[in-house]
Design a protein around this ligand. Structure first.
Ligand SMILES: C[S@@+](CC[C@H](N)C(=O)[O-])C[C@H]1O[C@@H](n2cnc3c(N)ncnc32)[C@H](O)[C@@H]1O
Length: 256
């Protein structure tokens, strides 16, 4: 899939979600193969950064099969956690995994629940969450300014947004590895293991269409987020951004 095709697909959230629905059954296995199992460690780091206080709710957007949602529930046993995704086949797997992990996802009234919704329009009241997380999700959102403003609205003042995402590393060995692995190996693995080469050629194309780590920090700032920092993981192929909603003052989508 080339850049233009990926951009067209990315502009239609329901088509993107349908694509993830097609690969849901093999999604976890592909993650393990693509990252040599490091994805679990990266999600744990993201959960630590969420830093949920007692009584804080957590929202994990683009939760997919629920690994980060479940990690949040484990790490913060006094918090209620919501996983949000647009793909029902992914959510079905997430609900099953949360039940198996015994983190309290008995039903929609449990401590962990999963809702089908678009991350651009989170169906929650203002300031409902102490932290919002996203692992390998925001790259799929066509309107990042709108999404970051919407997430700002549902975060309490002083709360956090934590984004873990594949990124283009700075020039050097990391970038060469990134190009070789994501452009050549991942689509092949996707064809062989997930039976869907197109979905896994969307992955590198969507990374190319996505802002680099500094650009992403700039978009967060424009949406009103502050104290923005990021670090690179895994030879720079992944970036972990943390941003805070100021405890008072600035309105959402702020520019100061
Ligand atoms: C690459 S998966 C990431 C899943 C999971 N967070 C993880 O760590 O593996 C991206 C997920 O984003 C979901 N998604 C894509 N666009 C979305 C949107 N506009 N709103 C909500 N979820 C979306 C897809 O359905 C898919 O499950």
């Amino acid at each position: 899939m080339d850049h233009d095709e990926a951009a067209r697909l990315r502009s239609e959230p329901l088509r993107v979600a349908a694509m993830f629905g097609r690969i849901a059954a093999r999604y976890d296995l592909m993650n393990t193969l693509m990252t040599a199992g490091l994805d679990r460690r990266w999600r744990r780091l993201a959960a630590v950064e969420a830093d949920l206080g007692p009584g804080d709710g957590g929202l994990d957007i683009c939760c997919g099969t629920g690994d980060l949602t479940i990690e949040l529930a484990r790490m913060y046993p006094h918090s209620a956690v919501v996983g949000l995704d647009l793909s029902e086949p992914m959510l079905i797997r997430a609900r099953r995994k949360a039940l198996r992990a015994a983190v309290g996802a008995a039903d929609d009234d449990g401590r962990v629940r999963f809702v089908r919704a678009d991350a651009h329009e989170p169906p929650f009241p203002d300031a409902a969450f102490g932290a919002i997380t996203a692992a390998f999700g925001i790259r799929n959102l066509p309107d990042l300014p709108r999404a970051f403003s919407a997430l700002w609205r549902v975060t309490r003042p002083g709360g956090r947004l934590v984004c873990l995402e594949i990124t283009t590393p700075p020039a050097g060995p990391g970038r060469r590895f990134h190009a070789f692995w994501f452009d050549r190996c991942v689509p092949l693995l996707g064809r062989l293991i997930a039976g869907d080469g197109a979905a896994y050629s969307y992955l590198p194309a969507s990374v190319r269409a996505f802002p680099d780590a500094a650009g992403l920090a700039g978009l967060l700032h424009e949406a009103g987020w502050r104290s923005i920092r990021f670090r690179r993981l895994g030879m720079g192929i992944v970036a972990l951004h943390v941003a805070e909603k100021p405890a008072s003052g600035l309105a959402g989508g702020g520019t100061s």
